[in-house]
Design a protein around this ligand. Structure first.
Ligand code: ADP
Ligand code: MG
Length: 343
């Protein structure tokens, strides 16, 4: 038998390949593989379901991640996928596996974070599974949510001329991770305590992200229904390219319009990194990236937490970014491999 290396396909290529024969057998399966969450119809009510796996050494490093924050983040990253469908999360189930390196107190700390997130986002922890592992800590969270009939928003329905919008600020999580990795290296070489002075925002962005519940609430109150939506977990370019691919459009982004936090920007300059590259290719910001039809512009303009960063085009026009200097570059997905992943 032939042997194909996994990294020759990449994460999305692998998922597409493994699920190429997957069939939808039930009429209640409204949206299946390929979006932030699946949509299931339950007697006219629509349920959302999504799951994420977090592996020690791949997705998180306990050298600088407090367990309480890890518990919080494990929940939040799943809730973010429910919000990205324009839904409201209601329940989670959580499974963990751990080696004998972990004590009851350590796991309890993790659960403090889980409970805090359930409190903040109003979700119920309703089950899970517990196992030992040979090495390290493994976490799987599944989130369930609800959405008003036919108000779910997929990655598929963006149209040329729709405005591309993003919530909050970009690139901060990548810069926070870069800072923590740098301080870890300094500590292991010199024993020097980490210097995180003035870096609370970017460190917070990677260790304790929040999901944009407020934006979905705002859509409801202002009667805005995005034409497509995704949460920014892999970097702006990779996630925008998903919207383009699934909607069959091209796009034009404006570097001038990308939203940055000032602290993040200054830290990028200090490291001689380009803040735009951090936003395009750095992941884990958990902001919402969505498109709206132009007729919703007046409404969107009033929300300071939302930036209009470009517009969708016909597919033939390609996918581009206009730089500060007015040059046009092709948008490519540099991908975010969550640090040490092989895919
Ligand atoms: P997100 O970043 O929003 O969590 P992913 O990129 O992880 O989404 O996954 C994209 C789509 O592929 C989702 O619909 C997800 O449920 C599906 N998927 C991921 N891994 C698998 C798998 N091993 N088998 C089947 N479907 C999968
Ligand atoms: Mg997602």
């Amino acid at each position: 038998m032939e042997r194909t290396e996994i990294n020759s396909l990449g994460e999305f290529g692998l998922i597409e390949y493994l699920t190429r024969n997957n069939e939808t057998r039930n009429a209640s399966t409204l949206v299946s593989i390929g979006d932030d969450a699946a949509v299931i119809d339950h007697f006219g009510r629509q349920t959302l379901i999504t799951t994420d796996l977090l592996i020690e050494g791949i997705h998180f490093d306990l050298a600088y991640t407090p367990l309480k924050h890890l518990g919080y983040k494990s929940v939040v990253v799943n809730l973010s996928d429910i919000y990205a469908m324009n839904g409201t999360p209601t329940q989670i189930v959580i499974s963990i596996a751990f080696s004998n390196r972990f004590s009851v107190e350590a796991l309890d700390e993790f659960y403090e974070g889980v409970n805090a997130a359930c409190d903040v986002y109003g979700v119920d922890l309703v089950g899970g599974d517990t196992s030992s592992s040979q090495k390290g800590f493994i976490i799987n969270v599944t989130a369930i949510g609800e959405v008003a009939p036919d108000k779910f928003v997929t990655r598929k329905n963006a149209k040329p001329k729709d405005l591309i919008c993003v919530s909050g600020e970009l690139g901060g999580a990548f810069l926070g991770l870069t800072l923590l990795e740098r301080e870890k290296a300094v500590y292991s070489q010199t024993g020097a305590q980490p210097d995180l002075e003035g870096m609370a925002v970017i460190v917070g962005r990677i260790l304790k992200p929040e999901a944009r519940k407020d934006i979905v609430q705002w859509f409801l109150e202002n009667e805005v229904l995005p034409t497509s939506m995704i949460d920014v977990s892999d970097g702006l370019s990779s996630d925008l390219l998903h919207l383009c691919k699934q909607s069959g459009t091209g796009c034009l982004l404006y570097e001038d319009k990308l939203p940055f936090n000032e602290e993040a920007k200054q830290f990028a300059y200090k490291l001689k990194l380009d803040p735009t590259a951090c936003a395009l290719s750095g992941g884990e910001d958990y902001e919402l990236l969505f498109t709206i039809s132009q007729s919703d512009y007046e409404k969107i303009r009033t929300n300071n937490a939302i930036s209009v960063i470009g517009y969708m085009t016909e597919a033939e026009e390609g996918k581009h970014i206009i730089t500060h200097g007015g040059n046009k570059h092709e948008l490519i997905a540099q991908g975010w491999n969550h640090g040490k992943s092989v895919i």
